[in-house]
Ligand binder design. Structure first.
Ligand SMILES: Cc1cc2nc3c(=O)[nH]c(=O)nc-3n(C[C@H](O)[C@H](O)[C@H](O)COP(=O)(O)O)c2cc1C
Length: 295
């Protein structure tokens, strides 16, 4: 999306674009005796957030884009019902680890992606790329490959020299926790018993990847993936972020290559998607957030 110019005949000089543009590219200038609004972006550094288009009441800004603007229907949001509904959605969204095998329809996947695209990103970078697996055989094979790397890790972390001399920092702390080998054994044993301890036999897995960029790529990823998982709930689909697969794909090129992630790209996250088996009756307790009192 690119801003081209302002149609002065349409501009009512409300100056909302001047106030709204995060980069201050809209200027209120005197031209002869008249005030006019100008768009000035000499270095083409507009982040294309579209706030100017969104706020202009008279469609006075000409832009170039394949996608069209969408009118926001007047009084369409009833906040009295929206807040409790949204709160309940957020409180009841659980990570789903048991799925029906019914495939997720392409229509639903498209509907989810169509909302995800509205997620915010630092400087509107929108660097995200997605890879979606729906082939049960491919999902299962990836799961088995990940379990294989976990089995190898299990062997390595019990080796005294590797544990104490070759692994540093956070990872050394993690592997020294008594529960760590136990959790790896659970995954390995579940897999040996024919279960899928990685993707839980979900019929769909969505991977987010992109070239490495900036310091805020992880935030951009967390937000868009959360958008996706929450929208999925409203379509009757459960989900679970699969950090263990994300980490395995980040570490081993052979795994990311297996699913088709191009070289030089980072996998920022993945979540399973499918019709959930469990029906939860109550919202589990969560401690209050730790907040520094600034009053
Ligand atoms: C970044 C991230 C990574 C996660 N990785 C896994 C995972 O690999 N496997 C899994 O079963 N759950 C995973 N989870 C789900 C968490 O265990 C879950 O969110 C947490 O226990 C709270 O449960 P709830 O989501 O049902 O409220 C992950 C969640 C997040 C946010």
């Amino acid at each position: 999306m690119k801003i081209i110019e302002i149609v002065h005949e349409k501009c009512i000089k409300c100056l909302e674009c001047v106030a709204e543009c995060p980069s201050h590219f809209f200027l209120n200038e005197k031209n002869d005796s008249e005030n006019i609004v100008l768009f000035s972006d000499p270095y083409s550094s507009c982040i294309q957030c579209g706030h100017c288009l969104s706020i202009c009441p008279t469609d006075a800004i000409i832009y170039q884009s394949i996608e069209k603007m969408i009118n926001i229907p007047k009084n369409s949001m009833d906040f009295d019902t929206l807040f409790p509904q949204l709160k309940l959605l957020l409180q009841t969204k659980r990570s789903i680890r048991r799925y029906h095998t019914d495939p997720v329809s392409e229509t639903k996947i498209k509907e989810i992606l169509d909302v995800m695209k509205y997620a915010p990103s630092a400087s509107n970078a929108r660097a995200w790329k997605f890879l979606i697996l729906t082939d049960p055989k491919k999902i299962k094979t990836l799961s088995l490959k990940i379990v294989k790397t976990i089995s190898l890790t299990r062997k390595l972390v019990t080796n005294f020299f590797i544990k104490n001399f070759f692994i540093y920092g956070e990872l050394r702390k993690t592997i020294k926790e008594p529960g760590f080998p136990v959790s790896l054994d659970r995954i390995i044993n579940d897999s040996l018993a024919g279960k899928d301890p990685i993707f839980f036999d979900a019929p769909c897995v969505i991977f987010l990847y992109s070239p490495k960029y900036g310091n805020l790529a992880g935030c951009d990823s967390g937000i868009i993936m959360t958008y996706g998982m929450l929208v999925a709930e409203t379509l009757g689909l459960g989900s679970c972020w699969i950090g263990i697969a994300q980490e395995s794909l980040q570490r081993l090129r052979s795994l990311s290559k297996f699913i088709g992630i191009p070289r030089g790209h980072m996998v920022w996250g993945c979540f399973t998607l499918g019709k959930p088996v469990p029906k939860f009756n109550q919202i589990p307790p969560r401690p209050d957030l730790s907040v520094i009192d600034i009053s």
